[in-house]
Design a protein around this ligand. Structure first.
Ligand SMILES: [Fe+2]
Ligand SMILES: [Fe+2]
Length: 207
Protein backbone atom coordinates (compact mmCIF):
# COMPACT_ATOMS: atom_id res chain seq x y z
CA UNK A 1 0.00 0.00 0.00
CA UNK A 2 1.15 3.49 -0.81
CA UNK A 3 0.49 5.61 2.29
CA UNK A 4 -0.02 8.65 0.12
CA UNK A 5 -3.02 7.09 -1.61
CA UNK A 6 -6.26 8.04 0.05
CA UNK A 7 -7.99 4.70 -0.67
CA UNK A 8 -6.79 1.71 1.35
CA UNK A 9 -5.57 -1.24 -0.72
CA UNK A 10 -8.34 -3.42 0.75
CA UNK A 11 -10.96 -1.04 -0.59
CA UNK A 12 -9.72 -0.77 -4.21
CA UNK A 13 -11.87 -3.67 -5.52
CA UNK A 14 -14.94 -2.13 -3.84
CA UNK A 15 -14.10 1.23 -5.40
CA UNK A 16 -13.75 -0.32 -8.87
CA UNK A 17 -17.13 -2.04 -8.48
CA UNK A 18 -18.76 1.10 -7.08
CA UNK A 19 -17.49 3.47 -9.77
CA UNK A 20 -20.02 2.58 -12.49
CA UNK A 21 -22.76 3.52 -9.99
CA UNK A 22 -21.13 6.78 -8.91
CA UNK A 23 -20.89 8.61 -12.24
CA UNK A 24 -23.97 10.73 -11.55
CA UNK A 25 -24.09 14.15 -9.89
CA UNK A 26 -20.34 14.17 -9.03
CA UNK A 27 -20.89 11.24 -6.66
CA UNK A 28 -17.57 9.68 -7.67
CA UNK A 29 -15.68 12.83 -6.70
CA UNK A 30 -17.81 13.27 -3.56
CA UNK A 31 -17.02 9.70 -2.51
CA UNK A 32 -13.24 10.16 -2.76
CA UNK A 33 -13.30 13.38 -0.74
CA UNK A 34 -15.71 11.96 1.87
CA UNK A 35 -13.44 8.89 2.18
CA UNK A 36 -10.51 11.23 2.92
CA UNK A 37 -12.57 12.97 5.60
CA UNK A 38 -13.61 9.61 7.05
CA UNK A 39 -9.96 8.64 7.42
CA UNK A 40 -9.26 11.94 9.21
CA UNK A 41 -12.24 11.38 11.54
CA UNK A 42 -11.16 7.78 12.23
CA UNK A 43 -7.77 9.07 13.35
CA UNK A 44 -9.57 11.36 15.83
CA UNK A 45 -12.13 8.76 16.96
CA UNK A 46 -10.28 5.53 17.73
CA UNK A 47 -13.40 3.75 19.01
CA UNK A 48 -14.85 3.75 15.47
CA UNK A 49 -14.07 0.76 13.23
CA UNK A 50 -12.44 1.61 9.91
CA UNK A 51 -13.38 -1.78 8.43
CA UNK A 52 -17.03 -0.75 8.64
CA UNK A 53 -16.74 3.01 8.11
CA UNK A 54 -14.56 3.02 4.98
CA UNK A 55 -16.48 0.42 2.93
CA UNK A 56 -19.72 2.16 3.97
CA UNK A 57 -18.44 5.52 2.74
CA UNK A 58 -17.31 4.01 -0.57
CA UNK A 59 -20.70 2.45 -1.20
CA UNK A 60 -23.13 4.83 0.53
CA UNK A 61 -24.32 6.71 -2.55
CA UNK A 62 -24.32 4.00 -5.25
CA UNK A 63 -28.15 4.02 -5.20
CA UNK A 64 -28.41 7.46 -6.85
CA UNK A 65 -27.59 5.71 -10.13
CA UNK A 66 -31.12 4.27 -10.22
CA UNK A 67 -32.84 7.67 -9.74
CA UNK A 68 -33.95 9.69 -12.78
CA UNK A 69 -31.02 12.11 -13.37
CA UNK A 70 -33.45 14.96 -14.09
CA UNK A 71 -34.81 14.68 -10.55
CA UNK A 72 -31.54 14.41 -8.63
CA UNK A 73 -31.21 18.06 -7.63
CA UNK A 74 -34.84 18.17 -6.46
CA UNK A 75 -33.97 15.69 -3.71
CA UNK A 76 -31.37 17.84 -1.95
CA UNK A 77 -30.47 21.50 -1.38
CA UNK A 78 -32.21 24.40 0.30
CA UNK A 79 -35.82 23.52 -0.52
CA UNK A 80 -36.01 19.86 -1.51
CA UNK A 81 -39.33 18.88 -3.14
CA UNK A 82 -38.58 15.19 -3.72
CA UNK A 83 -37.33 13.96 -0.34
CA UNK A 84 -38.85 10.56 -1.17
CA UNK A 85 -35.95 10.06 -3.61
CA UNK A 86 -33.49 10.35 -0.72
CA UNK A 87 -35.05 7.28 0.87
CA UNK A 88 -35.15 5.52 -2.52
CA UNK A 89 -31.39 6.01 -3.06
CA UNK A 90 -30.71 4.43 0.33
CA UNK A 91 -32.80 1.35 -0.48
CA UNK A 92 -31.32 0.97 -3.99
CA UNK A 93 -27.90 1.54 -2.42
CA UNK A 94 -28.37 -1.35 0.00
CA UNK A 95 -29.25 -3.69 -2.91
CA UNK A 96 -26.30 -2.63 -5.06
CA UNK A 97 -23.82 -2.58 -2.16
CA UNK A 98 -24.95 -6.05 -1.07
CA UNK A 99 -24.24 -7.43 -4.55
CA UNK A 100 -20.80 -5.81 -4.56
CA UNK A 101 -19.89 -6.96 -1.05
CA UNK A 102 -21.10 -10.52 -1.66
CA UNK A 103 -19.07 -10.68 -4.87
CA UNK A 104 -15.89 -9.22 -3.35
CA UNK A 105 -16.14 -10.58 0.21
CA UNK A 106 -13.48 -8.14 1.48
CA UNK A 107 -11.57 -9.73 4.33
CA UNK A 108 -12.46 -8.55 7.83
CA UNK A 109 -15.44 -6.49 6.63
CA UNK A 110 -18.80 -7.06 8.33
CA UNK A 111 -21.19 -6.81 5.37
CA UNK A 112 -24.32 -6.54 7.52
CA UNK A 113 -22.86 -3.66 9.52
CA UNK A 114 -21.92 -1.81 6.32
CA UNK A 115 -25.39 -2.30 4.80
CA UNK A 116 -27.09 -1.19 8.03
CA UNK A 117 -25.24 2.13 7.80
CA UNK A 118 -26.07 2.67 4.12
CA UNK A 119 -29.75 2.02 4.96
CA UNK A 120 -30.68 5.32 6.58
CA UNK A 121 -27.43 7.24 6.14
CA UNK A 122 -29.38 10.34 5.05
CA UNK A 123 -32.88 9.80 6.41
CA UNK A 124 -31.93 9.02 10.01
CA UNK A 125 -30.41 12.00 11.74
CA UNK A 126 -29.24 10.50 15.02
CA UNK A 127 -26.06 8.47 15.52
CA UNK A 128 -27.13 4.81 15.51
CA UNK A 129 -23.56 3.80 16.41
CA UNK A 130 -20.17 5.48 16.46
CA UNK A 131 -19.45 4.00 12.99
CA UNK A 132 -22.71 5.44 11.70
CA UNK A 133 -21.82 8.84 13.19
CA UNK A 134 -18.43 8.88 11.45
CA UNK A 135 -19.95 7.95 8.07
CA UNK A 136 -22.66 10.61 8.43
CA UNK A 137 -20.17 13.28 9.48
CA UNK A 138 -17.74 12.50 6.64
CA UNK A 139 -20.64 12.59 4.16
CA UNK A 140 -22.11 15.86 5.47
CA UNK A 141 -18.78 17.60 6.19
CA UNK A 142 -17.93 17.15 2.49
CA UNK A 143 -20.29 20.05 1.79
CA UNK A 144 -17.98 22.38 3.70
CA UNK A 145 -14.81 21.30 1.87
CA UNK A 146 -13.42 23.37 -1.00
CA UNK A 147 -14.54 20.56 -3.36
CA UNK A 148 -18.03 20.39 -1.85
CA UNK A 149 -18.54 24.16 -1.93
CA UNK A 150 -17.40 24.42 -5.55
CA UNK A 151 -19.69 21.57 -6.52
CA UNK A 152 -22.73 22.91 -4.67
CA UNK A 153 -22.23 26.45 -6.04
CA UNK A 154 -22.24 24.99 -9.55
CA UNK A 155 -25.33 22.83 -8.95
CA UNK A 156 -27.49 25.67 -7.69
CA UNK A 157 -25.72 28.61 -9.34
CA UNK A 158 -25.19 30.29 -5.96
CA UNK A 159 -22.16 32.13 -4.61
CA UNK A 160 -19.93 30.72 -1.93
CA UNK A 161 -21.22 32.91 0.92
CA UNK A 162 -24.80 31.89 0.19
CA UNK A 163 -23.65 28.29 0.21
CA UNK A 164 -21.90 28.70 3.57
CA UNK A 165 -24.96 30.37 5.05
CA UNK A 166 -27.17 27.50 3.89
CA UNK A 167 -24.68 24.97 5.21
CA UNK A 168 -24.53 26.59 8.61
CA UNK A 169 -28.30 26.61 8.77
CA UNK A 170 -29.04 23.09 7.57
CA UNK A 171 -25.90 21.02 8.16
CA UNK A 172 -24.21 21.83 11.40
CA UNK A 173 -26.97 20.63 13.70
CA UNK A 174 -26.67 17.29 11.90
CA UNK A 175 -22.98 16.81 12.51
CA UNK A 176 -22.72 14.26 15.24
CA UNK A 177 -19.15 14.08 16.51
CA UNK A 178 -17.03 16.87 18.04
CA UNK A 179 -14.35 16.20 15.40
CA UNK A 180 -16.90 16.41 12.57
CA UNK A 181 -18.35 19.65 13.93
CA UNK A 182 -14.88 21.18 14.28
CA UNK A 183 -13.99 20.15 10.75
CA UNK A 184 -17.10 21.62 9.15
CA UNK A 185 -17.41 24.78 11.24
CA UNK A 186 -13.69 25.44 10.78
CA UNK A 187 -13.97 25.28 7.00
CA UNK A 188 -17.05 27.55 7.03
CA UNK A 189 -15.26 30.06 9.28
CA UNK A 190 -12.29 30.11 6.91
CA UNK A 191 -14.48 30.81 3.86
CA UNK A 192 -16.30 33.63 5.66
CA UNK A 193 -13.02 35.18 6.85
CA UNK A 194 -11.52 34.89 3.35
CA UNK A 195 -14.50 36.82 1.97
CA UNK A 196 -13.52 39.76 4.23
CA UNK A 197 -9.93 40.06 3.03
CA UNK A 198 -10.83 42.94 0.75
CA UNK A 199 -12.66 44.74 3.57
CA UNK A 200 -9.56 44.74 5.74
CA UNK A 201 -6.83 45.06 3.13
CA UNK A 202 -8.58 47.34 0.68
CA UNK A 203 -7.64 45.00 -2.17
CA UNK A 204 -8.67 41.63 -3.50
CA UNK A 205 -6.93 38.52 -2.21
CA UNK A 206 -3.71 37.50 -4.00
CA UNK A 207 -4.58 33.84 -3.55
FE1 LIG B 1 -26.63 9.70 0.28
FE1 LIG C 1 -23.06 11.23 0.14
Amino acid sequence: MNDENVLLHRDLPLWEDARPFLDVRNNDEHTIVAYGLARMLLAEIPEADESVVLPAILLHDVGWKRIDPDLLLLAVGRNPTRKDLVRDHELFGVEIAQEILERQRPSGVDTEAVLAIIDGHDTTKEARSINDAVVKDADKAWRATPHGMKTICAWYDTDILDTVETLERVSNPFLLTPAGRALATGMCAAVKAEAQIEHYLGRASDA
